[in-house]
Design a protein around this ligand. Structure first.
Ligand code: SAM
Length: 238
């Protein structure tokens, strides 16, 4: 397991039951981001996609993908046993199309030949070297033409920007009736985000092409890339 994996695992085991309610109050535009993530997936809805949801949590994104892509199969992977249990409940109607694995993405094999790997709000729990290593692992787990997308929290490219993102985040949390001082303390204790440019560079170094940030709002971003042989939609063919 990674350096703090036991602590992170316990944190999410404890949070699993109330996660779906709390996350809406903690992540600005969470539902809007989910819809954007879904629209971003550059494959026709009737394609037999093989999907990995890395850090699936309660299975919210897995659910949306399995619903939108009826021929897809999905591997739901997470460090927390309780999160896996919650995702099993949510994904019960997709039996036969979904598999589950409790594991640590810095240590365990996650499968191979995926067309799509999605990870959301998970990798900021890793250290920088772990995150860089996991990007390489993700690249290796994708099939040629595969697409990777990550939605995560960031630090800014400067300390001033980090402070701005933190201020805006605390305002959002507080406006939702949550104790922003409490959540900020937890953020500092449990999260180790890196900057967007740093991560785009790691993705390019891992071999990804078409690397870009597709959506951004202060310290939240949706970014990723393709594994060669690009499948991004071509306007001239539509
Ligand atoms: C904030 S939740 C996000 C859940 C879901 N993807 C979402 O967008 O709502 C982060 C998840 O990442 C998982 N996670 C954290 N570190 C991990 C690791 N090293 N390997 C696998 N999963 C991890 C946690 O257990 C937790 O369920």
């Amino acid at each position: 397991m990674g350096m703090d994996a036991d602590k992170i695992q316990k944190n999410f085991d404890d949070q699993a039951l109330q996660y779906d309610e709390t996350i809406l109050k903690l992540i600005p535009k969470y539902a809007e981001q989910n819809q954007f993530l879904l629209e971003l997936i550059p494959f026709p809805t009737d394609k037999e996609l093989k999907v990995l949801d890395l850090g699936c949590g309660t299975g919210v994104l897995s659910y949306l993908i399995l619903q939108k892509f009826p021929e897809s199969t999905l591997h739901a992977f997470d460090l927390s046993e309780n999160m896996i249990d919650k995702s099993k409940e949510l994904l019960i109607n997709f039996e036969g199309r979904v598999s589950f694995q409790q594991g640590d993405c810095t240590q365990d094999l996650m499968g191979e030949d995926y067309d799509l790997i999605i990870t959301s709000l998970a990798l900021h729990h890793l250290t920088d070297p772990e995150r860089e290593g996991v990007y390489q692992e993700i690249f290796d787990c994708l099939a040629p033409g595969g697409f990777f997308v990550n939605r995560d929290v960031l630090i800014g490219e400067t300390e001033e920007l980090t402070r701005l993102y933190q201020k805006k985040w605390r305002e959002f949390v507080s406006a939702n009736g949550e104790d922003d001082a409490y959540w900020f303390k937890r953020h500092l204790e449990y999260d180790q985000p890196s900057s967007l440019l740093q991560q785009l560079n790691w993705l390019r170094a891992a071999g990804f092409c078409d690397v870009d940030c597709f959506w951004k709002y202060y310290g939240y971003a949706i970014f990723g890339g393709t594994k060669g042989d690009c499948h991004l939609p071509d306007d001239n063919q539509s």
